[in-house]
Design a protein around this ligand. Structure first.
Ligand code: FES
Length: 279
């Protein structure tokens, strides 16, 4: 049977006579790459601006609120860090590295920004010279698993921020900002747990679960991760939106542009049974 793939280091498309952009496809194949490019430019652009240039309003501490922008978590500001450096510089390399080497984002930015490959069955810019991800700098994409380990550690800090966002001077409560921080961390968690590398680590590398030690529990966890993994692209976008929204919300509260409404407090929660069951 003839091989349809390209060996690592081999060149794909050699001998192709299709010109760049040439295709017999009749659908709007360019639409998704263009939309992705726009989305990435806006959201990654905002994230970089917020983290490095708009670094003054990332923490809102007022009226019992304690909201930290997810771009700055875990908060690190060692004495040696010069004043004009944003503290995000010490932490943002993890989410940037994690997303930058993510299988889904790779597909997205290879298509949207490099046009290489631009789309299925559409002529490429070059007919030879593609060597996969086995040479520098693309070989660095293999670091994805290590960024995953770091991202898993970061989740602990982000969930600690969620707990703080639901505590108001020691009392449990829910304000709109608490929900914004929760949404950001929850979607980041789902994005991380839907990672292809994590799924592979948990069970994807096995040919036979029943032959493996603790194969049953491994299979169960692998099945849960598979359900999440099927929607990895969705979690990637949702978490990117949510994290930018949480930063924007904290920023606007801190600047005094918006007022953070309290939705419910611990005392209110107790009022409900009193009214329903009380004398
Ligand atoms: S493949 Fe996307 S986060 Fe791992």
């Amino acid at each position: 049977m003839p091989s349809t793939g390209t060996a690592p280091g081999g060149h794909r498309g050699a001998g192709s006579t299709q010109r760049f952009g040439e295709t017999e496809r009749k659908d709007a194949w360019w639409f998704i790459p263009a939309l992705q490019a726009l989305g990435l430019l806006v959201l990654i652009g905002y994230a970089n601006w917020a983290a490095f240039l708009g670094a003054g309003h990332y923490h809102f501490v007022q009226n019992g609120r304690d909201y930290l922008s997810p771009f700055f978590s875990p908060y690190l500001r060692p004495a040696w860090l010069l004043d004009w450096f944003s503290p995000a510089i010490l932490v943002l390399w993890v989410p940037l590295g994690f997303r930058g080497t993510c299988y889904y984002y790779r597909k997205a930015y290879y298509r949207s920004f490099f046009a290489d490959p631009i789309a299925c069955a559409v002529g490429e810019a070059r007919s030879k010279g593609y060597c996969g991800e086995v040479k520098f700098p693309f070989v660095l994409q293999n670091l994805h698993r290590f960024f995953l380990y770091a991202a898993l550690v970061f989740l602990f800090f982000l969930w600690a921020d969620v707990v703080r966002a639901f505590l108001f001077e020691g009392k449990l409560g829910v304000a709109l900002g608490s929900l914004a921080i929760l949404l950001s961390t929850a979607t980041l968690t789902l994005y991380t747990f839907s990672c292809h590398s994590l799924r592979h680590l948990v069970g994807g590398r096995l040919d036979c679960f029943s032959c493996a030690k603790a194969g049953g529990p491994q299979h169960r966890v692998w099945s849960w991760l598979t359900v999440l993994n099927e929607h990895h692209m969705g979690w990637a976008w949702l978490s990117l939106f949510a994290v930018c929204f949480a930063d924007l919300y904290v920023r606007l509260c801190s600047m005094g542009v918006i007022h953070d409404p309290m939705l419910v407090t611990f005392a209110n929660l107790f009022d409900v049974p009193e009214k329903v069951f009380g004398p």
